[in-house]
Design a protein. Sequence first.
Length: 244
Amino acid sequence: MSIGARHSGLSFGACHSEIALKPHFLVLVADLGDIAVIAPAVTAACAALALNRRHREAAAWLVAFAVCAAVTITLKTFVGAFEISLFDRTFRAASFPSGHAAITVVFYDGLAALLWCGSRSLLARGLAVSLVLLQAMIVIAVYLLRWHPLLDMVAGLALGAACLAAAYWRALPKPASFGELTGVAAAVAGVVVAFYGERLDDKALIDTMLNRAPIASSLTACGDDGGAAAACSLPRAKTAAPVS
């Protein structure tokens, strides 16, 4: 686990003024998209679905998440950081693609689809819309904190959307009883509260696994000009042990 976080190079006007004024809020939001929180949450949700004999939905959702995470880690390992020039403009990737962007689409939007299709009640559909908005807030927070440049974010969103679409390609989630939806929601809420604040620094973990010199972590990246930027630390909701 790693607790590194940063904001630097406040040269983007309004966006980085927001970081300077409210960094703690942005970190609190972004941490809801960490795989250390989402992996156990999606596992708990799928277990609740399986207990209610909704095995197809549980398996499809869990496989979509696992594939998304595996592809993300593979791309980070073998692609990682690079630059491309297009129409006299340079686009830079720091830790390609963004895991936060990818897995939050699969988890939060997948849960939103389950609630929206599972019930026509105002409460369920209101929660579904709230989850979609939360996922968007997480992506925006990660970008404003400069944990990932735009190219990483767009690729992560596309990957997550593709994995979720594949999960629901043949059939959307079926209607569910109030008890079934409540059980899934309770399982997710309990796990998110229990694991919130933990952070898996995937970039540092990959560098350690491959025994290679560390490059700037996705949680300690990254000025869009490609230059080094001064680090700063932000307080954490919980303290996690750093990857050595």
